[in-house]
Write a protein that binds this ligand. Structure first.
Ligand code: BGC
Length: 747
């Protein structure tokens, strides 16, 4: 890359840092605080000792549930001493009430605690994993799912969730793809905003909303080689264009807190990265909530090799803009002496204390510290019929039909003996998936239970496990094959265990684990109609299964209502409409493979598949197994008549979509745009819009998208966004790979 590129960036950085320090010295005053409440906080801060201020900056796990290394056993004593600002992993009304009582009755200043928890896809009523929910492309339903999660969590004492996770990820080996919305930035922004709104509502004045925490800031999803916690290294342009926007969308939606990420960016761990946390987040994006570390990420800066001592790590973090230390005790143990040594300032501590007190004030905790401790709400607001119905519908909406040869699905009415075969067919524990908050696996509906509950009279359903998820034991094959031969229809329940995705769950091989492919192939050989139902927390490289099974339904981990929602789809009461938000590779060797890639100077041409000096593999096609945006329906949608009309700075793109099959169905109509020539090379296409529409059988709908030149803007080397006139191509279609196209020009 030319030298002038670096010098321009350096200049930009220095200017930003100068500007940042002048802004920071004036202090930050978050919005949403009335003058009267600001005066209350001012008065409180005047009466606080240094120790009490540092206490507000410290977050500890309770001994109720621990989600990482635990460094501090005696948190109750610390609460009493005013040395704790917040507690996480504590819920249920009585438990929370007791801890809050220590804070507001036994500590000197009686400052209430925040109670945080990983409410990631539901609290008690567990919804599908976030990657699954994203495949619904139903923003209103996603927002509503978080509304339910917030209602249940706040009914059990929680007022702060460590969600949404909005990390863009292009590497399915990384187990945490389960927690995000997939690979696309545009869609990721919409989902980030929907989730924040769902959790927080319009304000915090009701007692069924809580503070959201967008994480993991930033670019945690780009961990090298898909190995969790690994180094992130990318150009600033990629960071701005692809990875930062969803965090920004959450900030713009008013998110109350931000969690740092474990990874480094440009050689500096996020938790000690002043450019990221102060210059960008506070000063450019005007974030006015508080910043918390991810677990012990301050302490981990020693391992990163950017700090030699814990004290130095604490200095880096505070000065970078971290307000609250999760579980590391570093602020508690070091800020006092760092201050005496003048390595940090009083005003920086005050800024951090203020944003945390403001969060407590906004929640109303100073007026009623027990406002989230209502036994009555705990009784009536948990797992309501309405919540369970929403979860069931979301399971169906998250399902993606990947293959359906000869209309194998839905299960025909003629099938009177149905065999469920496979290790995930009746496994309650696996249905919740990772990060299942207070979800109770015993309350989950398995596929077998769901099918039995739904099957009509005269339909018998049998089950054989066949094999385990992840070992080479084939002793169950015989019984499984025997069952298959006496059935009219076979459902294979295959995939990963619930714990094989999520944090610290990277996999180098992402095909079906164990001997599941062998089992599937043997079952298919019986000649019976077979549909594979997949349970997994990431895209899988299921080339073998895809060649063998006539039908494949991707269901992720559906949560509490998994079996019911999937059965609705399998029996045809719900016509599947989910579309992948993350590409399924053919093999790990293609990773990263994502739809919005660049063309390169030597693109592969399908018209000349054997060409030598082009960008391709010798031993594998370039294209993935199932592309972004892909998902079938029980009906067929045909697209025709695309047009793109420019008027001033507006472009109207229209196409006709016909339901050419014989049942009603919903289709996610997708709009992509390619900028043919840019001063910075542009991807082959970028998602710019979608509409999820119900089209009745035989009906045609005209689907219209309006975009403006703002939607065509991209980042330039000065890290400013603008669009460039010239030639574009609009694509409308059923997936990123199957589209109609229409060129347009803008002067
Ligand atoms: C995870 C976070 C989570 C935190 C608290 C960390 O290990 O990375 O996503 O919010 O633990 O449980």
């Amino acid at each position: 890359m030319p030298n002038h590129y670096f010098s321009r960036l350096l200049l930009l950085f220095s200017c930003t840092i100068l500007f940042a320090s002048s802004v920071m010295s004036q202090g930050t005053t978050p919005s949403g605080i009335s003058p009267a409440n600001k005066a209350r906080i001012d008065a409180l801060m005047k009466s606080m000792t240094l120790d009490e201020k540092i206490g507000q900056l410290s977050l500890f796990t309770s001994d109720w549930d621990v989600t990482g290394p635990s460094l501090n056993g005696n948190y109750k004593k610390l609460i009493r001493e005013g040395k704790v600002g917040a507690i996480f992993n504590a819920y249920t009304v009585d438990y929370v009430r007791n801890l809050q009582k220590i804070a507001v009755e036994e500590s000197r200043l009686k400052i209430p605690l925040l109670f945080g928890y990983d409410v990631i896809h539901g609290h008690r009523t567990i919804f599908p994993i976030p990657l699954g929910e994203a495949c619904s492309w139903n923003l209103a339903a996603i927002e509503h799912a978080e509304r339910i999660a917030a209602t249940e969590a706040t009914a059990e004492g929680i007022n702060w969730t460590f969600a949404p996770m909005v990390d863009i990820a292009r590497d399915p080996r990384w187990g945490r793809v389960a927690e995000g919305a997939g690979e696309d930035t545009w869609l990721g922004c919409k989902i980030a905003a929907a989730r924040v709104k769902g959790f927080q509502g319009n304000d915090y004045t009701t007692n069924n909303t809580l503070i959201a925490c967008v994480k993991h800031f930033a670019a945690y999803g780009a961990a090298m080689a898909g190995r969790d916690y690994n180094t992130v290294d990318m150009s600033l342009l990629s960071l701005y264009e692809w990875y930062l926007p969803p965090y920004k969308a959450a900030v713009d939606a008013g998110v109350g807190s931000v969690m740092t990420s474990f990874n480094e960016i440009g050689g500096v761990p996020s938790t000690g990265n002043k450019w990221l946390l102060t210059d960008l987040l506070r000063n450019e994006w005007h974030f006015n909530g508080f910043v918390v570390t991810d677990y012990t990420s301050i302490n981990e800066m020693l391992n990163h090799g950017i700090a030699g001592t814990i004290k130095d790590a604490a200095r880096l973090a505070l000065n970078a803009g971290v307000d609250m230390d999760m579980q590391g005790s570093t602020y508690l143990n070091s800020l006092d002496s760092l201050l005496k040594e003048k390595n940090i300032t009083f005003s920086r501590i005050d800024d951090a204390v203020r944003v945390i007190l403001e969060a407590k004030m906004k929640l109303g905790l100073f007026d009623d510290p027990f406002r989230y401790c209502s036994r009555e709400r705990q009784e009536k607001d948990i797992m309501t019929p309405e919540a369970l119905a929403s979860a069931r519908k979301m399971v169906s909406e998250s399902c993606v039909l990947l293959k359906n040869e000869k209309n194998t699905l839905p299960i025909p009415a003629s099938a009177k003996k149905i065999a469920v075969i496979g290790p995930l067919g009746d496994s309650k524990k696996d249905m919740l998936g990772n990060w299942s908050a207070a979800g109770n696996w015993e309350k989950c509906v398995t596929l077998l239970e769901g099918l039995k509950a739904k099957a009509g009279t005269g339909v018998e359903i049998f089950y054989e496990k066949g094999c385990n998820v992840n070992d080479d034991d084939r002793t169950g094959f015989d019984a499984a094959l025997k069952l298959a031969t006496k059935a009219d229809f076979v459902i294979l329940a295959l995939g990963e265990n619930g714990w094989m995705s999520g944090e610290a769950s990277s996999r180098a091989h992402i095909d079906l684990p164990g001997v599941q492919n062998d089992l599937a192939e043997a079952v298919v050989k019986t000649g019976k109609p077979v549909a594979a139902v997949l349970f997994n927390g990431r895209p899988l490289a299921i080339t073998r299964l895809s060649a063998a099974a006539p039908a494949i339904l991707e269901t992720w981990f559906g949560g509490t209502q998994a079996g019911n929602g999937i059965s609705d789809v399998l029996f045809g009461d719900f016509n599947p409409s989910g579309k992948l938000t993350m590409t399924f590779p053919r093999t790990e060797g293609q990773i990263p493979v994502f739809y919005n890639a660049k063309n390169t100077g030597r693109p592969y041409q399908s018209s000349d598949p054997g060409a030598k000096y082009v960008s391709r593999y010798l031993d594998c096609p370039n294209d993935p197994l199932y592309p972004f945006g892909f998902g079938l329906s029980y009906t067929t949608f045909t697209y025709s008549g695309i047009s793109a009309v420019v008027s001033g700075n507006k472009v109207t793109i229209t196409a006709q979509v016909k339901n050419a099959g014989n049942r009603d169905g919903e289709e996610v109509v997708q709009l992509y745009v390619q900028d043919k020539v840019g001063s910075i090379t542009r991807p082959v296409k970028e998602l710019k819009g979608f509409q999820k529409v119900m089209i009745k059988k035989g009906e045609s709908k005209s689907i219209m998208f309006n975009i403006t030149t703002d939607d065509l803007a991209f980042y330039h080397p000065d890290l400013k966004k603008s669009w460039e006139p010239g030639e574009f191509v609009a694509y409308i279609g059923t997936s990123s790979a199957e589209t109609l196209s229409a060129p347009f020009y803008i002067k």
